[in-house]
Design a protein around this ligand. Structure first.
Ligand code: GLU
Length: 456
């Protein structure tokens, strides 16, 4: 994949960017994430000449610590396997490291560094005291038995436990790691350390989990998009939406759009996408949740709703719609997809996944007046409610559904408004440049904290 030529104007940002490109030439995803951030930070770094003296940017792009370890486990036939496990503890300037664990064959240091870097800014945007980290393993849970996945989780935690803690580093789920896996890892952590603490989030409700955590990323995404629509004097009523993915984020985004009067007409997985022109309402979504829970593929939808169509091996970006929500994984929207979105009248793209849109595609969308929200702002609801789970664990209380949901909504509105106002201040030519707004607002808090804490 070719790396976009970033236009990094500020001299300090450019020096750091040029060094980074050489040092990590083989980490394409990390470079894409860092390049876009350094490009958009230029106008604010222009106003902060002092931060070069304490090497804030050089430190900001370098993880504080990377832990890499082997994860041995046996399958049900007794055959041994060895996977690679990672935890990238990127930045703890504003709070303990916080971020998910991903179990997926595509996991590499490159992917986890990009995710960890984005997480630093995302967590800062939530306004909660959380640093950034990310981890996982190149383990593919698909096709594995429950017992195999449990043994893998236990082996993974048998090494990870010594590096994490409720005030040190608090992992959670991500792709391939849901409530079931978090629970198995929590059980193993507790067994080894003999401590019941809030060391993981996304836990079950019976042992310290928070209400609304499963819904949080999807709901938060749509609350954020609602703010974007409000800023241009409209709302979800009557809007047609296309969503990619069929997991946790996609499901609850679909539910919330429908509740707000919009119509979701697509969902997808790695095999293709389904199109239901009548809209995927609450009843149809319940069916998706059921068969997805049984690990069935997205074309199962047609067994109950035969009027819908299945497009094998395709992505939904060629479908006519008002809003698009990529909620599957990174690298979903390339330039050719961005062109299709614009040609089909899409006016808003908000990322539910992390970096699903390639940097050149973002530029194309913005140039064509599509309102674009980067994942670090629009999908921050998940980690925000993780932050609320940490608070509840600390006070050993649990809050009601309504309490958590209203806090989530408030946080998403704040993230929107902060990004919007910051963009207006630093990128006034592009009034709704949420990419610049989110990067700058997220960076400022971390940079101030790093500067104040000295050369550490
Ligand atoms: N994996 C989610 C994210 O990308 C949530 C992380 C968390 O809750 O710590 O933000």
């Amino acid at each position: 994949m070719a790396l976009k030529e970033f236009n990094v104007k500020n001299a300090y940002c450019k020096r750091v960017w040029d060094e980074l490109k050489v040092r990590y030439a083989d980490q394409e995803h990390f470079l894409q994430a860092a390049g876009l951030v350094l490009e958009t930070l230029s106008p604010v770094v222009d106003t902060m000449p002092g931060i070069e003296k304490t090497a804030v940017l050089e430190r900001f792009v370098e993880p504080e610590r990377i832990i890499m370890f082997r994860v041995p486990w046996t399958d049900d036939a007794g055959k041994p396997h060895v996977n690679r496990g990672f935890r990238v503890q990127f930045n703890s300037a504003i709070g303990p490291y916080k971020g998910g664990l991903r179990f997926s064959p595509e996991v590499s240091l490159d992917v986890l560094k990009f995710l960890g870097f984005e997480q630093v800014l995302k967590n800062s945007l939530t306004t909660l005291p959380m640093g950034g980290g990310k981890g996982g393993a190149d383990f593919d849970p698909h096709g594995k038995s429950d017992a195999e996945v449990m043994r893998f989780c236990q082996s993974f935690m048998t090494e990870l436990y010594r590096h994490i803690g409720a005030d040190t580093d608090v992992p959670a789920g991500d792709k391939g790691v849901g409530g079931r896996e978090v629970a198995w890892m929590f059980g193993q952590y507790k067994r080894i350390t003999n401590q019941f603490t809030g060391v993981l989030t996304g836990k079950g409700l019976d042992f310290g989990g928070s209400l609304i955590r499963p819904e949080a990323t999807g709901y938060g995404l749509i609350y954020f998009a609602e703010c974007m629509l409000k800023a241009v004097n409209t709302d979800f009523n009557g809007k047609t939406c296309i969503i990619s993915g069929d997991g946790n984020v996609a499901q609850y985004a679909c539910e919330k759009v429908t509740q707000l009067g919009g119509k979701v007409i697509t969902l997808s997985d790695s095999t293709g996408y389904i199109l239901d022109e009548d809209g995927i309402d609450a009843e149809k979504l319940a069916f998706v949740m059921q068969f997805r829970g049984e690990h069935k593929k997205i074309d199962t939808y047609l067994t109950k709703y035969p009027k819908a169509k299945f497009f094998k091996g395709e992505k939904p970006w060629g479908v006519k719609a008002d809003c698009a929500f990529p909620c599957a994984t990174q690298d979903e929207i390339y330039m050719e997809d961005a062109k299709k979105l614009v040609a089909n009248g899409v006016k808003l793209v908000a990322e539910g996944a992390n970096m699903p849109t390639r940097a050149d595609a973002i530029e194309y969308l913005q140039k064509n007046d599509v309102l674009f929200a980067p994942g670090k702002a629009s999908n921050a609801g998940g980690v925000a409610v993780s932050g609320l789970e940490m608070s509840q664990n600390s006070e050993r209380l649990s809050w009601t559904r309504e309490e958590v949901d209203s806090k989530l909504k408030h946080i998403m509105t704040q993230i929107h408004d902060n990004a919007y106002e910051t963009a207006k201040k630093y990128a006034p030519s592009k009034t709704t440049d949420y990419v610049s707004g989110a990067n700058i607002y997220g960076f400022l808090k971390v940079a101030r904290a790093m500067d104040a804490q000295g050369l550490v």
